[in-house]
Write a protein that binds this ligand. Sequence first.
Ligand SMILES: [Zn+2]
Ligand SMILES: [Zn+2]
Length: 801
Amino acid sequence: MADLHMPAAGQQPDRVRARARVVGLVQGVGFRPFVWREATARGLSGWVGNDAAGVILEAEGAADAVDALLDALTRPPPLARVVEVRSELVPPVLDVGFAVRSSATGGVRRALVSPDTATCRDCTRELHDPTDRRFRHPFVNCTSCGPRYTIVQSVPYDRTRTTMAPFALCPACQAEYEDPANRRFHAEPVCCPACGPRLRLLHRSGDEVEVGIGAGDQAGDPIRAAAQLLREGQIVAVKGLGGYHLAVDARHEQAVAELRRRKHREDRPFALMVESAEAAQQLCAIGPEEHTLLTSAARPIVILRRLAAPRAGATEAAGGAGGAGGAGGAGGAAVAAAVAPGSPSLGLMLPYTPLHTLLLEAFGGPLVMTSGNASDEPIAFADDDAAQRLDRIADAFLVHDRAIRTRVDDSVATVVRGRVVPVRRSRGYVPSPVELPLECPQPILACGSALKNTFCLTRGRHAFVSHHIGDLDDYATMLSYLDGIGHLSGLLDVAPAVVAHDLHPDYPSTRYAVELADVQLVGVQHHHAHIASCLADNGVTGPVIGVAFDGIGLGADATAWGGEFLLADLTGYTRAAHLAEVPMPGGDAAARQPWRMAAAHLDAAYEGAVPAGLAVVGRHGRSWGQVLSAARAGVNSPLTSSAGRLFDAVSALLGIRDAVTYEGQAAIELEHAADPGELGSYAVPVSDEAVARVQVAHLVRAVVDDLARGTAVPLIAARFHTALADVVLDVCRRLRESHGLSTVALSGGVFQNALLLHRCLDRLEADRFIVLTHRQVPPNDGGISLGQAAVAAAQLRAHDA
Ligand SMILES: [Zn+2]
Ligand SMILES: [Zn+2]
């Protein structure tokens, strides 16, 4: 019909046809239907399709309408990210209508796969609408939400290359999938009760729980049946998006304690899932930034300060958002003590799949949702493996038959002084790239470090930091590291010939790197990688004053660094200052037994003449002397300038923690013990050497003196934090004077300490420093791989120039 009114080609001088290529995160995010809508609305003809490089389209019609379409491409749907639009004019072909083409394979794979995304508002509405055909369907999703990275097997991103491939679309879903005007147009994981995965509740024995029988609203509904088991205090393994969780009633003291016992997890806090932001506000103080983070599409676990125990009418003013904290604000008493023993914080997340939403609604209270594993093993994600490994922990299994391709843990973040601080970057963020401040001349693989490990692959300006892999000492974790490198390289279609690694020869990641054939190796010092990671995270190249405080990393002088002030840019660094070294008695054992570090620091502070009557000495009797003689003789006692180990020492010295059950515990408990209202400090001198030493002996003696005076532990703990922040300011001022640098980058796991970070930011910003902190990747070793990649890229470019 349009033909009747269409003038002949010759009579239409302004009819043009443009071919455009769109590069970025444009597949699986509703980009083609978006183009279809924009093109049809403007009366354009042509087509749009996916290929391995992204989206490609041709549009023909009036020149201004074609221009307007090309312009609209830069304002894409919410989950899309357009990196580049390249267009050219081609001869008009006088076609009619605008078509959406299916994917073409082959070619260079440039398209980006999207992260897994929390259920969107439209899908949540359908989930609750009794008239909708997806009412209470635990797998509802659309082009704006649902599983992505966890189900993708290869690219281009298409249903046939995901773990949804075995589920044949029913006619109704097929029609939606093919209709460009529908919001499920090419939503690859689209499904419904008729054609989607099936949910089942299994006994520990593997037999299906009979949910079809019985009265009331549990009939036929595994979710309601699971909620009933949870109310009875049972432990239910729940198959989620990137792996299994272990769920238990967070208010049920015995059930939570039993979960700890079965999981062999003694002290480390459990994360909770709550139904809504309102439910979160009944437990914790939530400011505007925390609220945004909690409700974001990525839905990380957010570490939040608990509301004080309820006092009549008194709610903490720190909240800000959400008003008076809700009528039922039961405060600290609302969850079992065993959830997060002794911690003033709770890690909360909101439901991010329809299954979670239904489970939380059916249960009606906070649930512990901790990773499905025993102690330090990786989280279970394959069904047979989960059934085996979680058999002794879970009483029942809420499972389904959609396979998880890639294990992806929950992400964790916190907010300090209005700044988001990532603690673990995984589900919801990966595989979105971090934009590098420079172009990589060739693809790079950065292998990371050892604990909390990630790897990183680069392509052009994009750095793809992997999902959280974990501690590589574990064999199963190492296998998932190797699988992850292979899988992500395949998705990105890169074969890196440059491989960056830590200097520590015994890290499994280093051993992996050096055994690769035909690659160019780039060794990157651990703390340089930390600072480079912070620079790349902020899109800058330096130079800066880098403050890297962490546990341990191998230094250039073969000692164990960890309290470092570096003058650094992406290409290189000089060590400008550091905490004074002490022996680390027993090497790795010192990290597990902080009292050993107390012994080393006291011995150094008093040159052998430790004052009598210190409780920490008394608690360790003969072992104390043995550890000291080993340290003095240099037997298995490498020197360290570690800030993390200094926190350990003070934690033990103050009687807070002598031995840890998880990494960082002593320092975390020292932070929690500190009275944030206390503003006192201790003077800590810095030496005049070329590489200055912070005289931590003075700090240790000040702590001991305060202790001897009977000063309360919360005051001493706070003064210790403030003293370190004062030292950071002092050293940064000296370096600004001597080197003219006024930007400071703070990195290393110690800067997850909110109190220390807060005090450092206060001081540095008041003194007009520009302070860079991590925003996208964690300051801990989970961010190391990004720094290594950035350093390798900068060095390659310097070499080429
Ligand atoms: Zn949706
Ligand atoms: Zn269907």
